[in-house]
Ligand binder design. Structure first.
Ligand code: MSP
Length: 504
């Protein structure tokens, strides 16, 4: 039986248009999920939408429709965007799904009955757009430290989750599980800035609005949206539901990807809820950086973005996927610019990859009518390329295991660059003029086909359409990830994979 791998993205607020920053987490999660499938894992990749809360209630009121009508429209648009980007999610989960609502109510009741949730009164500073409470010292210039907007005083009867009770256990867990919070810098930030100063019990219900999951034993309260949202990672698997076989199979999650501003929810509130429920914690929460434009986070509130579909329509899905995966060192912030997207597409995809496939297939047709095997007339000069092909899969594996996704993709393009250089060094058009060099010419072209084949198989994780198209042109079914000596190629006609983009 294959090993399982459960990977999640945050569930998105359907509160307006999506931007390329949202696509970032999802494209990376997709590349990791596809890669794990390629390696034979039984992958469960989950994404979805976080549909409750005051922000949504307010937006729906402004639009003169019900909150459910409001989110339904955006959710179908989101699913369409993910499908356009070829996101291979196994489950798209909505927090308005009945299965989730009922399970959250059971979780809340269980925690209340066992004394981890209790009733009290809340007085505090609340940021509505971020659905977050802050203490006065956490504010920056009197405003929300995340979005720089006004916070307001809230005072209400409320239920509280005993975070304080679990503080020591949480610190001990984080320290004894070095992979739990990654990268390292985020772990230090959580411990020193948030946990060690002292965890206060968390207000986990609201009475000031209605669009949420009602507390089942006290219906004027709705469940705090972060408790509602975080539990999606287990309710979607059937936890507390009629059929929890997926939960038994996939929990604990192997990897939970989240943006850096929500690491604290995922590494403090979420593990404490799980501890209180007596469940295992996810194996890893990885907090990635932001895509920024001119140094600022791409965000709905700043409005500094275009609809990602514009880029997809103009440059193609795989150009957008490639750019996002390749440009940013995962974990750090990375600049997004349309100009850099065009530069990368031209240099890496049209020149390096596209030309290599086109030149090689054209030569295979011209000199061997498309049919090639390996006569093994190898020379010293071949060793560097063939050993790079042989090592590629293990390099990509190391990089993907440590989530250096941009370096994994870079390793593939290094092989492609080396293959292009190999054409210039071996000069097949010169070999073709000499009848006695026929075997040598065939060997050279065979090595080139192998470099393209292995790269194309690996590219399935990053650029699925491109991978499929290259393998279609090669007309080869062999998906092995290592250099093969004895394949019989009968390649199809070459057609351009990426057109150069004219910047003007
Ligand atoms: N609903 C919560 C998540 C709940 S998970 C239990 C939420 N939603 S969100 O729609 O605001 O953000 C979803 C994800 O997109 C977050 O991980 C966030 O960090 C990410 N991004 C939003 N803007 C981003 C960039 N500019 N760059 C990279 N990721 C960004 O938070």
């Amino acid at each position: 039986m294959s090993k399982s791998f459960y990977i999640t993205t945050p569930i998105y607020y359907p509160s307006g248009n999506f931007h390329i920053g949202h696509c970032y987490t999802t494209i990376i999660a997709d590349a990791i999920a596809r890669y794990k499938r390629l390696k034979g894992y039984d992958v469960y990749f989950q994404t979805g939408t976080d549909e409750h809360g005051q922000k949504i209630e307010n937006k729906a009121k402004e639009a003169g429709i019900t909150p459910k009508e409001y989110v339904d429209h955006i959710v179908s648009d989101t699913i369409h965007l993910w499908d356009t980007l070829h996101i291979s999610y196994d489950k798209f989960f909505r927090t308005t799904d009945k299965i989730h609502v009922e399970a959250v109510q059971k979780i809340f009741t269980k925690l209340y009955e066992q004394g981890d949730i209790y009733k009290g009164e809340y007085k505090g500073l609340y940021c509505t757009p971020c659905e977050s409470f802050w203490t006065p010292i956490q504010l920056v210039d009197g405003k929300c430290p995340d979005c720089n907007r006004e916070v307001h005083e809230v005072s209400e009867e409320a239920y509280f989750l005993k975070l304080s009770k679990y503080q020591d256990r949480l610190v001990e867990y984080i320290e004894s599980h070095p992979n739990f919070i990654q990268p390292e810098s985020r772990k230090n930030e959580m411990i020193h800035n948030f946990i060690q100063p002292g965890l206060q019990d968390l207000c986990v219900s609201r009475t000031s609005f209605r669009w949420g999951i009602p507390v089942p034993f006290d219906e004027k309260h709705v469940v705090y949206v972060w408790v509602d949202a975080l539990t999606n990672y287990i309710t979607s698997l059937g936890y507390m539901g009629e059929d929890d076989s997926s939960f038994q199979k996939y929990w604990p999650a192997d990897l939970q990807l989240v943006g850096k501003e929500i690491v604290r929810f995922h590494t403090i509130i979420w593990p404490i809820i799980l501890m209180a429920l007596g469940l295992e914690l996810p194996k890893q929460v990885f907090g990635h950086g932001w895509l920024v434009i001119n140094g600022e986070k791409i965000s709905k509130s700043l409005g500094n973005y275009k609809d990602p579909r514009e880029y997809i329509e103009k440059y193609g899905v795989d150009a957008v996927r490639y750019y996002v995966l390749r440009e940013v060192s995962f974990g750090s912030d990375g600049a997004f610019s349309e100009e850099a997207l065009i530069t990368r597409t031209n240099a890496d995809l049209a020149n390096n990859l596209g030309n290599l496939v086109n030149r090689t297939l054209s030569m295979v047709h011209k000199y061997f009518d498309g049919k090639i095997t390996n006569p093994n007339a190898s020379e010293e000069i071949d060793v560097e390329l063939t050993s790079m092909i042989c090592n590629l899969s293990s390099i990509v594996d190391d990089k993907m295991e440590s989530l250096h996704v941009n370096e994994a993709i870079e390793a593939i393009f290094e092989v492609l660059r080396r293959a292009n250089k190999y054409i210039d060094e071996t000069m097949p058009w010169v070999l073709a003029k000499d009848e006695t060099k026929k075997d040598r010419l065939e060997t050279v072209l065979y090595h080139l086909l192998e470099s393209i084949r292995v790269s194309a198989v690996l590219l399935e994780a990053f650029m699925p359409d491109t991978s499929k198209e290259i393998l279609r042109q090669l007309q080869i079914d062999d998906k092995s990830l290592s250099y093969q000596d004895t394949l019989c190629y009968q390649v199809g006609s070459p057609s351009p994979i990426f057109e150069r983009i004219d910047k003007d």
